[in-house]
Design a protein around this ligand. Structure first.
Ligand SMILES: *Cc1c(COP(=O)(O)O)cnc(C)c1O
Length: 371
């Protein structure tokens, strides 16, 4: 079986530098908020061309911290796609706000602005909940259409919290992920495009007041000093060792993004006619967290690939509005037809920056061999 995601190839490539970086942390012993944390945040600012990067414990906390810093809570409606990893929706409930489920676009799999606007009007008219924010998700590594989303957000006076857990490093119209919306969150879970060796996450914003609040919330609501606590916060710091690892990985990340794009282009070029890949919008550059296709005979083709020693995965077989803790929350008035269509038909092919040409050929040959 070839690997679905291969973390060893990358590790072998930079093992000397990784070991040096980890050993340095073991020597200075500042495991919490050691110097590498600040260095990594500075490196993130430079990479994303953003003013404030705040590292934290994971991508779920990053969303919770963003919601807390924006003062979102009880009675507030937050619009988000149902077709996403559960954490997007879970974070909304963790601050006691109300998720409102939005459908996705059938080509990009990202939030549908039509379904979104219908839901905003519906919530506005019902006056039960107060519309506060949109959480667009950059699914599988491609940014949502932030031009349209920011227009809608301005018009309806909503915050945009960009869930970029899968799209760190992606671009849209020449702007890097981190700079879209009011605030952006990401994850450094090992299988994400930029992953550490454990849990990690970050929040990005150009609003320095908001950044100060996130910094405080991630460290027990700290005020002027360690024993001054001005709000109820979390313990959600990024471990120094993870920051040290991420600093090394960030150095080779641009070349990894380039490799992911070469592989995705090769897949797309040779994809059989009965499969449609996620389409990339104009002027967007995906980081291909997943390479996902739509098939009318998903189970059979996955079985055929498995038989040819090619692993696949399904993201997501059950959208969030159909999950027990979230099934009672409002859904956009015209339903989630595309979400329910995709849930039955999508699957993802192996994707990581180190898939060699032979392996790509093997995958494409197996795909074409399915009749
Ligand atoms: C992975 C992921 C998260 C959560 O990140 P963790 O670091 O695992 O907590 C949030 N949103 C999306 C879309 C994700 O894919």
């Amino acid at each position: 079986m070839i690997p679905f995601i291969d973390l060893n190839a990358q590790q072998t490539l930079i093992s000397t530098d990784l070991n040096k970086a980890i050993n340095k942390v073991l020597e200075h012993g500042q495991y919490i908020m050691g110097p590498e944390v600040g260095e990594f945040e500075q490196a993130l600012n430079d990479f994303c061309s953003i003013e404030n990067s705040i590292s934290c414990a994971n991508g779920t906390d990053a969303l919770v911290l963003a919601l807390m810093a924006l003062g979102i809570g009880e009675g507030d409606a937050v619009f988000a796609p149902s077709f996403t990893f559960v954490a997007t929706i879970e974070a909304i409930r963790l601050v006691n706000a109300i998720p409102v489920f939005i459908d996705v676009d059938k080509d990009t799999f990202n939030i549908s602005t039509t379904s979104l606007e219908e839901a905003i009007n519906y919530i506005n008219e019902s006056t039960v909940y107060k519309p506060k924010a949109i959480i667009p998700v950059d699914l599988f590594g491609q940014t949502a259409d932030y031009i349209k989303l920011e227009e809608l957000a301005d018009f309806y006076k909503l915050f945009v919290i960009s869930d970029a857990a899968q799209s760190f490093g992606a671009e849209f119209k020449g702007k890097k992920v981190g700079g879209f919306g009011t605030i952006t969150t990401t994850s450094f879970f090992p299988a994400k495009p930029l992953g550490c060796y454990g849990d990690g996450g970050a929040v990005f914003t150009n609003d320095s007041e908001l950044a100060e609040k996130v910094r405080s919330y991630r460290n027990h609501g700290q005020g002027q000093d360690r024993y001054d606590n001005v709000r109820v916060g979390l313990n959600s710091r990024l471990d120094t060792i993870q920051a040290a690892i991420l600093l090394e990985k960030l150095k080779i990340f641009p070349s990894e993004i380039a490799s992911r794009n070469i592989i995705a282009q090769n897949y797309t070029k040779h994809l059989p006619e009965n499969l449609n890949a996620q389409s990339v919008i104009n002027e967007a550059k995906s980081v291909w967290a997943q390479y996902t296709v739509v098939s009318e005979s998903r189970d059979l083709i996955r079985e055929h690939l498995q038989h040819n020693k090619i692993p696949t995965a399904v993201y997501y077989p059950r959208p969030n509005h159909l999950q027990v803790p979230y099934e009672k929350f409002p859904v956009s008035p015209n339903g989630l037809k595309v979400t329910e269509y995709l849930q039955e038909r999508v699957f993802s092919l192996p994707m990581h920056p180190y898939i060699d040409e032979n392996t790509q050929d093997m995958i494409l040959t197996a795909l074409s061999g399915f009749k």
